[in-house]
Design a protein around this ligand. Structure first.
Ligand code: SF4
Length: 436
């Protein structure tokens, strides 16, 4: 029997990519042929994101691409947006099946129990997350250099702009023994870097019996992996109020946890932070950065900022701009506020016009670029360990340092997937660090 061709596209965060990777492996084990999304396939699966309006636009575009490749293609939307707004997705012409967050890992069962002909209206498999604390483990193994290892899912916080708690439910974590087991599998595949990922990973362990916490997990991974001496661990992101001094001091001493902190911060205005229902003040955040930089001057600190939140007057935006300008951080991602259904913020007054949101995000992106350049500049002539990737890009091989600097050196095949100590020489016109 001819193998069915299946193609995937993922929107959103690292966690979504990790889960797609796990689902792809389930299809491969069932004998499907995994093909690129731009090519012909019988089934197209889109792992959706509920965080921004952009994600919605991208979903529609992906459906069009699939139908262009195969007008009879069976198209499935899974994941966060399918969980938050299945009805809206069912209005998108061409989608045949919609599967929510809890049921997405059972997708093959659904596909093998329905006929794969185009549907007039999409079939929806959805379940309320409130009653569920089911946890689905996941780690990526298709990338040979680094693996995203899911350790936690869902969130108990109530940030007023965020749909994630509705898309992924309450905070739940995997058992430490399981995580170590998956880390072993990753090492067996010769992968050199593990990126711990989740939704609110600083909240790790709260649902476990007996309770645990993120530091306990870090210690368990450190002692197990250190003796292997071939791996490094990166923390994808951690909330400022959960990044306590014990964690910072542990990373300072650890031989495998890299000095890279991604700490979402969202606004430099305490008035706006309050409206966002974030759990810290700008002063608290600043002290955290100063603490890290005092202990690890070369650490990379990244962040996320939202512009155009309802009620963000010019003075609030200037507060954010000045705050970020003085902060010793290395880069930050800028998001324009997006109205999301079922969030508190959507009904807040003083909505900011799109063109103002656009202007403010442009200004902050320029500032972020400057921060990155300054951070790179401070690292010139320093010796750093780089994990080189696999591709030969116009005669160069690329990789990241432990403190997250994008580097390149002349292509040498023996460097593939190797961690090598190099000297950082200079920054090329594209913003990559040349090393030797
Ligand atoms: S911490 Fe806030 S922004 Fe992050 S996932 Fe939870 S509710 Fe959303």
């Amino acid at each position: 029997m001819k193998k069915k061709k299946v193609a995937f596209s993922t929107l959103g965060c690292k966690l979504n990519f990790t889960e797609t990777d796990t689902i792809i492996n389930k299809f491969l084990m069932k004998g499907y042929e995994y093909v690129k999304y731009i090519s012909f396939a019988d089934i197209y699966i889109i792992n959706t994101c509920s965080v921004t309006n952009n994600a919605e636009k991208k979903l529609k575009k992906l459906v069009k691409i699939a139908l262009k490749n195969n007008v009879n293609a069976f198209i499935v939307a899974i994941g966060c947006y399918s969980q938050v707004n299945p009805k809206k997705i069912s209005l998108i012409n061409g989608i045949d099946l919609i599967i929510g967050a809890k049921k997405k890992f059972k997708i093959i069962n659904y596909l093998e129990n329905i006929n794969l002909y185009k549907k007039k209206t999409a079939k929806i498999y959805y379940s309320d997350l409130k009653k569920s604390d089911l946890y689905f483990p996941s780690y990526s193994k298709l990338n040979r250099t680094r693996s995203f290892l899911k350790i936690q899912d869902g969130c108990d916080y109530k940030c007023s702009y965020c749909t994630i708690p509705k898309a992924r439910g309450t905070s739940k974590s995997d058992e430490i023994t399981n995580i170590i087991k998956y880390a072993k599998n990753v090492i067996k595949k010769g992968i050199k870097e593990i990126v711990l990922t989740g939704v609110n990973i600083g909240d790790f362990g709260k649902n476990l019996k007996p309770k645990s916490n993120f530091l306990e997990l870090m210690k368990a991974m450190d002692s197990f992996l250190y003796e292997k001496k071939i791996i490094r661990i990166r923390i994808s992101s951690i909330e400022p109020n959960l990044l306590n001094d014990d964690i910072i001091n542990f990373i300072l001493k650890s031989k495998i946890f890299v000095h890279h902190f991604h700490i979402p911060f969202q606004s430099g205005s305490d008035e706006i932070l309050k409206k966002m229902k974030r759990r810290y003040s700008s002063n608290f955040f600043e002290k955290k950065i100063i603490k890290i930089k005092n202990l690890m001057p070369n650490a990379c600190i990244g962040s996320d900022v939202i512009v155009g939140f309802p009620g963000e007057q010019e003075k609030n935006f200037i507060e954010t701009y000045l705050f970020l300008s003085k902060l010793d951080i290395s880069y930050f991602h800028v998001f324009s506020y997006s109205e999301r259904i079922n969030t508190e913020a959507i009904s807040m007054k003083n909505s900011i016009p799109q063109k103002i949101r656009y202007k403010r995000s442009k200004i902050l992106r320029i500032l972020s670029k400057r921060k990155k350049y300054n951070f790179y500049y401070k690292n010139i002539n320093k010796k750093k360990k780089v994990l080189f990737e696999k591709k030969n890009k116009s005669g160069y091989i690329y990789g990241y340092t432990d403190n997250f600097i994008r580097t390149k050196t002349t292509w040498k095949s023996f460097l593939i997937n190797q961690i090598k100590k190099v000297t950082l020489l200079n920054i090329d016109y594209l913003g990559n660090m040349i090393c030797h």
